[in-house]
Design a protein around this ligand. Sequence first.
Ligand SMILES: *Cc1c(COP(=O)(O)O)cnc(C)c1O
Length: 423
Amino acid sequence: MINRTLRQTDPELARILAAELERQKTTLMLIPSENYASRAVMAATGSIFTNKYAEGYPGRRYYNGCEYYDQLEQLAIDRAKRLFGADHVNVQLHTGSQANMAAYWALLKPGDKILAMSVAQGGHLTHGDKVNFSGQLYETHFYGLDPETDRLNYDMVAEQAREVRPRLIIAGASAYPRIIDFQRMREIADEVGAYLMADIAHIVGLVAAEVHPDPVPYCEVVTSTTHKTLRGPRGALIMCKEKWATAIDRAVFPGVQAGPLMQIIAAKAVAFKEAQEFGFREYQRQIVRNAQALANSLLEEGFTLVTGGTDNHLMLVDLRNKGITGRLAADLMEMAGMVVNKNLIPNDPLPPTETSGIRPGTPGLTTRGMKEAEMHQIGKWIARVIHEGHDGQGNPNEKVLAQVRQQVRELCEMFPIYEDLEA
Ligand SMILES: *Cc1c(COP(=O)(O)O)cnc(C)c1O
């Protein structure tokens, strides 16, 4: 929040903040892992709770003066338990990556085998990629998608599990547009005697609103972020069965973290409350309806979607038939005020810095109140940018991009966000 104090203390930063506020107000947020936090979430994030050390857990702190920190953390824990129906919740994780690190720390020993979805097929770096700690500390094996359907093929996963004999199977992805069958993954894990962890960083809001099947009954451990579809502060949480409660808590602190970010935990408590309110379920349903409307609009324009559509909040657009890379498409779209990220498609011939795809999603647009009609329109603008927004040699067509930019700006004005924030 840009206030007079910040302008007086640090005008240089205040200018950057004002510019970013303007960017958020006047551009379309199409990155499926982003969202607009509520004023209440931001109020907690920017509160005096930032001033305190509270290592340990409620009632068992290593610092004095934690009375109100015990209350706020317990509030966050109780709300998350109720929201997800989990036996035990740890709300101290700074990020989704640290949640995964702590989960592995609790469940595994270095060198143990993990079976997870590869990054190239839609998984996450922390699921055992070689450039990440997870790929260096553990022996990771990857399952991919069915080459015929680009969907999870559970028989293929089962076959691989029998071969690899992993200690841990991870279900979850960053770029998979379809439902994940956690019950089937549990059966596979049971057959080979593996633990099952779900990483629902992306779909957590859908899960909380029962718009996507719930992994909690089927998994030893479930990790998630709080800043994506859940619409809370940047951060994460871990849920687990009672049996794993102590191991998880120890893995988080003192295992991989020291002092918790109490102002963020306060904001998580707010977000969990907001997620229990009536409107949240409707919000999550609308995210999915909007994703389907955007997908249909793109299909009408001759785009290829991986798996042909979406069941959740995102879609993967395969741009190969359009003669443009994901990188150029995302850069042109940004010039037109539509902020999306480039993304690998399954078996992408291009490297992650170029890619053949983009990964549009609808959580942010839906927070602004946009519905199917706006998604249809946005699909047409994306098509115009990709068809006419460049000369085929990588050079932008400034005129076309400026026209779309203006139309995007007008749509943003009709669906304002942070209107009352001081700039
Ligand atoms: C976003 C994401 C994470 C990591 O979250 P960070 O907070 O960026 O560390 C972990 N797993 C999956 C599947 C994700 O999509």
